[in-house]
Design a protein around this ligand. Structure first.
Ligand code: GLU
Length: 563
């Protein structure tokens, strides 16, 4: 068979060769240790925690050594594509602090060349196009070379034929797929191919595998070290009917010509590694280093078993979940670092104030057996992160969040800046800062009693205090209230009311002689606290009243007294 002639027959219009592209996309010549990484999502419109998880690895590996992290759009599967997905992806990743040095970008980015795929997006950088659907010529040049060398061939099998083969294999309990004698078009003659093409039969290109399952190859994985796997025997499709490559071939061609050093991708791709290694070899190219990240798992509430996070069952898989609730991006990133690297948490404890970018990320410290995602742990990390923020930072974040997601809250936050700065400053700084702020929606719920519009009674009045006493406590309290009192003068007055009405000033006296008292000072101050905040628990009440001002305090007490 004259393979060169076959290649010309199939790809007459392809004039460039892989060698031409070698020259067009030269090695990057970065300094020693500067790595090239990439995020390669499919534009399905669903941006999930796994994307961010991978992006964080890409970003850290590249940027900690002065390398390049680029964004490639894997849009070869027309069925899965959603228009407008890329600008949204860029926005969400940027919200979480991931910026790319080159590749797909939003049309308004300086230097962004328009993409023919999506008008609101384009690309920057010298190794493009970064949209796979625009790279058909490059893939075809590479496929043409493989055909010319006898390493790939056109296959005309219909879907029905393939389905019949699978059925036969399954009935006989044989490994499924197109290989060996099932690869029926492996050795069609030139004339037969020519005839079928003349008849307009659709074709794909398959790789001609010379693999032997008893032979093993090795490839390097940054997390697991050397991987040893049996060779691939399948004649996989490398070029589809629509002139676009399959994932396998696109990965090999793109990561070669875009000069990727480390391929960070989900471990679900590990099973295809034998195919990829074979394709790299067939093209005569060096393998990149792989970094197969483990899946995000959670403990299923119903079964108590570990399972993968699922799009259908777990809203927390989508990144919009965190944005809408108003998690600080830094908190989510910091939490992901904690579950990504076994040594991050320890580093953070030793370096509580240091920017997380100073942490040296090493893939060997990543898990190879499933990463457990736990939202409670995220919340704990978030509390620590927020405890390090200034009141201004929290205020600005709350304002931005409310502007996007809740107009009513936005108005309240925007109109009460001075007050909120004081609220966010309660017990901030110092040795033991309060850690009760987690995410914007929760923070707003936590401080909502500062606004008459959102104030409500959320706790029960203490049972030890009768309705009559409650009124009397509140009456006396407001009579004696003086905002000029310091914390101890203020509390002294509460003690006075306590004793006058027959409650114990010291809780332990009440405990010792429960019959001699109606209750104790905690119950009396509880009434005042609920009257003012609607809650039995709050930060320091004296400070809260100082922030609220006399008018609001008085109005709250009167409202409760008349309730
Ligand atoms: N488009 C593939 C995916 O979204 C990318 C895998 C890779 O990073 O190579 O899973």
């Amino acid at each position: 068979m004259d393979y060169k002639k076959l290649a010309e027959l199939l790809f007459a219009d392809i004039k460039k060769t892989p060698q031409d592209y070698e020259a067009e996309y030269p090695k990057r010549g970065l300094s020693e240790g500067a790595l090239v990484t990439r995020l390669a999502p499919s534009p399905t419109g669903f941006i999930h925690l796994g994307n961010l998880y991978g992006a964080l690895v890409d970003e850290r590996l590249a940027h900690q050594g002065g390398g390049v992290c680029y964004l490639r759009i894997e849009d070869t599967d027309e069925k899965r594509e959603v228009e407008g997905a890329v600008p949204v992806l860029l926005d969400v990743l940027s919200y979480f602090g991931i910026e790319f040095d080159e590749g797909a970008c939003k049309a308004d980015k300086p230097g962004c060349r328009p993409s023919s795929v999506e008008p609101s997006a384009g690309e920057t950088g010298a190794y493009g196009p970064y949209w796979q659907s625009m790279r058909s010529e490059i893939y075809k040049a590479c496929v043409k070379q493989l055909v010319a060398e006898g390493k790939a061939y056109p296959c005309f099998m219909s879907e029905e034929e393939i389905a019949a083969i699978r059925e036969e294999q399954s009935a006989n309990k044989i490994d499924p797929g197109i290989y060996g004698k099932y690869a029926k078009h492996r050795d069609l003659s030139f004339e037969e191919v020519e005839q079928r093409i003349k008849e307009g039969q659709p074709w794909v290109v398959r790789f001609r595998s010379e693999g032997d399952p008893s032979r093993y190859f090795t490839a390097k994985d940054a997390i697991r070290g050397d991987l040893s796997m049996p060779e691939n025997i399948q004649d996989v499709v490398i070029l589809k009917k629509n002139d676009l490559p399959t994932y396998h071939f696109a990965h090999v061609v793109d990561d070669h010509f875009m000069r990727t050093d480390i391929v960070v991708r989900g471990e679900e791709w590990m099973a295809s590694l034998p195919i990829h290694v074979q394709l790299f070899e067939a093209m005569g190219w060096e393998l990149p280093l792989y970094c197969h990240t483990t899946s995000l798992m959670k403990i299923d509430e119903a079964t108590g078993q570990k399972r993968k996070l699922s799009k259908r069952k777990d809203p927390e898989l989508g990144l919009s979940f965190y944005k809408e609730l108003g998690y600080f991006p830094e908190a989510v990133r910091e939490y992901l670092m904690t579950i990504l690297c076994s040594d991050f948490e320890e580093w953070r404890i030793a370096n509580p104030e240091t920017d997380y970018n100073e942490f040296v990320f090493s893939p060997e410290k990543m898990s190879d057996s499933g990463t457990l995602f736990d939202i409670n742990k995220l919340n704990d990390v978030s509390k620590d992160v927020l405890a390090r923020k200034s009141a201004e930072e929290i205020y600005d974040f709350m304002l931005g969040w409310a502007k996007e997601f809740d107009q009513e809250k936005y108005a309240l936050i925007a109109e009460n800046r001075d007050m909120l700065l004081k609220v966010f400053d309660i017990d901030r700084g110092g040795e033991k800062p309060r850690k009760d702020l987690v995410y914007a929606q929760q923070i707003f719920a936590f401080i909502k009693y500062f606004f008459d519009e959102t104030f409500e009674y959320e706790s029960e009045w203490p049972a030890e205090v009768s309705a009559e006493d409650r009124k009397e406590i509140l009456r006396r309290y407001i009579e004696g209230y003086d905002p000029a009192d310091d914390n101890s003068a203020w509390f002294e007055k509460i003690r006075g009311i306590t004793a006058d009405l027959g409650y114990a000033v010291k809780p332990k006296d009440h405990k010792k002689n429960p019959d001699s008292y109606k209750g104790h000072v905690g119950h009396v101050s509880g009434v005042i606290r609920i009257a003012i905040t609607g809650r039995a628990n709050s930060p320091d009440l004296w400070t809260i009243q100082q922030i609220m001002g006399q008018k609001m305090v008085k109005a709250r007490i009167e409202r409760a007294a008349n309730a």
